[in-house]
Ligand binder design. Structure first.
Ligand code: DX5
Ligand code: ZN
Length: 216
């Protein structure tokens, strides 16, 4: 499967976000991962749809919006209008099939995500409900720079097996949190193909080289 790298702008300088997304595109990123946090679903607050609208003119890459918010249904329209290409909602925060219907009305790709402590089976109905992508959190949502939780590897394997059994072998499986040049190979071998990386990309001296290495 094609491996896609989705750098998270959470680890970047928000004052220069336009330049940053342009640079990420030049450096070979495939998606721009936007971590939206509301101070309720997770303790920190980051940014909302206005930020997505701000960066939209600066890149042609798809904007991959990870909504760590309560009541995501009240924000779908704003993100769609702001230029989101994917909207990812937490199974812990909403009724996934209902949200997918809403997201689909805006012709935006729909994705579901689960936290590390949520059983992988909780996301299976999202696959059956027509998800374009499933995201598995490999750290507790809310902060960049945490350590990868190794139990995620088994969840990736179980999810890829389930997708194969459902006739959706090629479904995008994204993994988010604590991914480094060292552990990315295990993540890909387990069956993931969309790799989110915040600290690893932004702390590196050569973003293009790091993105190339993250392809496994
Ligand atoms: C965590 C966010 C992640 C985070 C990843 O709540 O969803 O996308 O930015 O950052 P790193 O790669 O530093 O773990
Ligand atoms: Zn994220």
């Amino acid at each position: 499967m094609e491996i896609k790298i989705a750098p998270s702008i959470l680890a970047s300088d928000f004052a220069r976000v336009g330049e940053t997304v342009k640079k990420l595109e030049e450096c070979g990123a495939d998606l721009i991962h936007c971590d939206v946090m509301d101070g309720n679903f997770v303790p920190p607050i980051t940014f909302g749809a206005q930020m997505v609208k701000t960066i939209r003119p600066h890149t042609n890459l798809p904007l991959d919006c990870h909504l760590m918010v309560l009541h995501p249904e009240t924000h779908i329209e704003d993100f769609a209008r702001a230029g989101a290409d994917n909207i990812t909602v937490h199974a812990e925060a909403c009724d996934i099939p209902a949200l997918f219907q809403k997201i689909a009305t805006y012709s935006v790709k729909k994705a579901a995500v689960i936290n590390p402590e949520t059983a992988v089976e909780k996301v299976f109905p999202a696959v059956e409900a027509g998800a374009d992508m499933i995201l598995l959190m490999s750290v507790h949502p809310g902060w960049g720079g945490q350590k990868f939780i190794p139990e995620t590897l088994k969840k990736i394997e179980l999810l890829r097996d389930f997708c194969i059994r459902c006739g959706k072998a090629e479904l995008d499986i994204e993994v988010d949190g604590g991914i480094t040049e060292e552990n990315v190979k295990d993540v890909i071998s387990a069956g993931a193909n969309v790799i989110v990386a915040g600290s690893t990309v932004f702390k590196s001296k050569d973003m293009a080289e790091t993105i190339r290495r993250l392809r496994g």
